[in-house]
Design a binder for this molecule. Structure first.
Ligand code: PEP
Ligand code: MG
Length: 282
């Protein structure tokens, strides 16, 4: 019975009308990757690489990063892993880099902005990711992209780090400016991954962790839904749209996301079976 349940969990999920939706897991440790596999995840749709960089005296070396990314891929049985480059900021300071003093860290030097201001460290992470992508299916994505120029700068640095056949390159869509300009980013990406946690925060001007504002930030706000629709329309059949924010794990919201054109969801490992069920019911 357990083997049957596991098989059911890992089977591909398609809607009632036959649209295949990959259901991945959000992973912040090797342990999470094991939990993702046990829950039948089709891929790791978001690997938050911060866990490798925080709470230590020095940045991880290229070799250390390669070893951990490889371990995550192995834990997932060689299924695709989506490595998000470091999403650091002054709200999550790195002990070995002097954190800037910022009145509003969520509006500060974070995500890709942070990586582009620390090019040596960024180059090392890109080198590690390219190396792993030569061995196993890897997607890379950049967090907090705001302008096309930032994305081009990141892609230029990625090109410097070398080639890996099969490496898919994408960006998080979590800043309203990027959602509105989705069409302008399309020539430079293979996929979009919508980060609804930050997209909601920035669209509604409501801090994501502030419990007093949960009436604004819990659930799919109509303004955020419009941005998601806009991104999907711009993407058309050219670029895959994934959602990796909390909303992807809300079974009430899943059918709405699929109707918009979202074709991949990534959620906490324990929610994978529930989301697969929601997809099959849609
Ligand atoms: C998001 O912003 O929705 C997201 C998935 O990224 P994080 O929660 O790591 O900021
Ligand atoms: Mg985010």
């Amino acid at each position: 019975r357990r083997a049957e349940a596991a098989q059911h969990a890992s089977a591909a999920s398609a809607t009632g009308t036959g649209v295949t939706i990959d259901v991945g897991a959000n992973v912040g440790s090797v342990e999470d990757a094991r939990a993702a596999a046990a829950n039948g995840a089709d891929l790791a749709g978001l690997v938050r690489t911060e866990f490798l960089f925080l709470d230590r005296d020095q940045a991880p070396t290229v070799d250390e990063q390669v070893a951990v990314y490889r371990e995550i891929a192995q834990a997932l049985g060689g299924r695709r892993i989506t490595l998000r480059t470091l999403d650091a900021g002054s709200d999550k300071p790195l002990p070995y880099l002097p954190p800037p003093t910022e009145a509003n860290p969520f509006l500060g030097v974070r995500g890709l902005r942070h990586s582009l201001t620390h090019p040596e460290m960024f180059a090392e992470q890109l080198t590690a990711i390219v190396r792993v992508a030569r061995e196993t299916p890897v997607s890379i994505m950049f967090p907090m992209v705001t302008t096309v120029d930032e994305l081009k700068a990141a892609r230029a640095m990625l090109a410097e780090a070398g080639d890996a056949p099969g490496l898919q390159v994408g960006m998080m869509v979590e800043v309203p400016a990027a959602a509105l300009r989705a069409a302008d980013f399309i020539p430079y990406v293979d996929f979009f991954s919508i980060g609804t946690n930050d997209l909601t925060q920035y669209t509604l001007a409501a801090e994501r962790g502030n419990a007093a504002l949960s009436n604004l930030t819990a659930g799919l706000d109509p303004a955020v839904a419009q941005l998601i629709d806009h991104v999907c329309r711009a993407a058309g059949d050219t670029v895959l749209v994934s959602v990796c924010g909390e909303l992807a794990g809300d079974e009430e919201v899943v059918p709405r996301l699929i109707a918009s054109g979202v074709r991949e969801l990534s959620v906490a490992p324990g929610l994978v079976p529930l989301v697969k069920r929601a997809v099959r019911a849609a």
